[in-house]
Design a protein around this ligand. Structure first.
Ligand code: SAM
Ligand code: SF4
Ligand code: SF4
Length: 335
């Protein structure tokens, strides 16, 4: 009986204690690898979770053993009541995190502190302004750069997410690692993943092996240390021996980490997604609004979770446009 469910466990024995909540589909940037060129059809506001609904659903998940929540989007900080949502979730006793493009971070420093957020993930794919304007189709590099500095000065742990693409920012890998020389940040290189409308192409992929080989060649006079990953870490962690910060690689394409997956996702329109690559979703928001019990729906959703990448174990399936175009675009999932 689903009501007896006390932890969110799938049929492969994985316990899910990490919930990622997208709080908006809106964004102030238009990153080419995330948002389709033609834009997206925004879900009407009446079908987006309210702050009350987010809090109610989050509390149910906490009751089922969720210990970590990450807010994402779209861009979470563009939502008008983002501060209220952050402060409410900060009271749930979970480890609260946020992924942001960094543009509006300066307006949220005190909110983050009050909510007990210690680590902030900021997405920044290039250190060159002109390239930033191209990839984001916007002109906010300086704001992001200054906000990273502001976060570090305010003692937040900052992770910089970098989606690597051949012939775009592959040549900046060493520059990004050099940022960790005298700053305690972590640079997280992410393999470019295929989603609906993002013009993914295998030839644009920069793999974990490529990344490491570039770093090892450049820093040949140093030791590149493979540091210990935390349980359920999606990233393979490293550091250059004398550097203050560290770097890691998220290799979802060439080396997925599904065996230890503990993540479940809630989209801004209240749909539960058991995997980043799942094509099936269950609406918790509809159920909540209809006064239904959410537990059987959560149970059904998690027990249908595939072992690997939404059932696409083979690379050929994963890279098949017919398959990934059935999924949402990344901006509507939240990473
Ligand atoms: N707007 C926020 C941001 O950019 O950080 C949060 C949402 S964004 C969808 C979450 C993360 O997904 C970002 O770090 C972004 O770089 C990453 N992402 C988006 N599209 C991707 C893709 N095709 N492959 C890999 N990572 C992607
Ligand atoms: Fe917006 Fe983040 Fe997607 Fe860029 S990666 S378009 S900032 S949601
Ligand atoms: Fe978990 Fe799916 Fe990501 Fe694998 S691909 S780690 S199963 S969310």
């Amino acid at each position: 009986m689903a009501n007896e469910m006390t932890v969110i466990q799938d049929l492969h024995g994985r316990v899910h204690d990490y919930l990622r909540i997208s709080i908006t589909e809106n964004c102030n940037l238009r990153c080419k690898y995330c948002m389709p060129a033609e834009g997206i059809n925004l879900t009407p506001k009446s079908h987006i979770m309210t702050a009350d609904e987010i809090e109610t659903i989050a509390k149910i998940f906490v009751g089922l053993g969720v210990k970590k929540i990450r807010l994402t989007g779209g861009e979470p900080l563009v939502r008008k009541d983002a501060k209220d949502i952050i402060l409410r979730l900060g009271k749930l006793g979970v480890s609260l995190h946020i992924t942001s493009n960094g543009v509006l971070v300066d307006e949220y420093i005190e909110t983050f502190k009050t909510a007990g957020i210690n680590t902030i993930n900021i997405s920044l794919d290039t250190l060159q302004k002109e390239k930033y304007n191209i990839i984001t189709r916007r002109d906010t590099f300086d704001a992001v750069w200054n906000n990273i500095d502001l976060l570090v000065k305010n003692d937040f742990k900052v992770n910089i997410n970098v989606v690597l693409m051949k012939d775009f920012n592959e040549s900046e890998i060493v520059d990004f690692v050099n940022l960790t020389r005298s700053s305690p940040i972590q640079v997280r290189f992410i393999e470019f993943m295929p989603f609906n409308g993002n013009q993914w192409d295998k030839s644009k992929l920069v793999t974990y092996v490529d990344i490491l080989s570039q770093i090892q060649t450049h820093f040949a006079d140093h030791q590149v240390i493979r540091t210990i990953d935390k349980p359920n870490d999606t990233s393979k962690n490293h550091k250059i021996d004398t550097f203050l910060g560290s770097f890691s690689v998220i290799s979802s394409v060439t080396n997925p980490f599904c065996d230890s997956c503990n993540r479940i996702r809630l989209t801004a329109d209240g749909k539960l997604k058991n995997c980043l690559f799942s094509n099936t979703e269950d609406s918790l928001l509809d159920a909540l609004r209809n006064g239904q019990d959410l537990l059987p729906i959560i149970h059904k959703n998690i027990t249908s979770k595939f072992k690997v990448r939404g059932g696409m174990e083979e690379d050929a399936e994963f890279q098949d446009p017919l398959r990934y175009s059935e999924n949402r675009s990344m901006i509507k999932i939240g990473g």
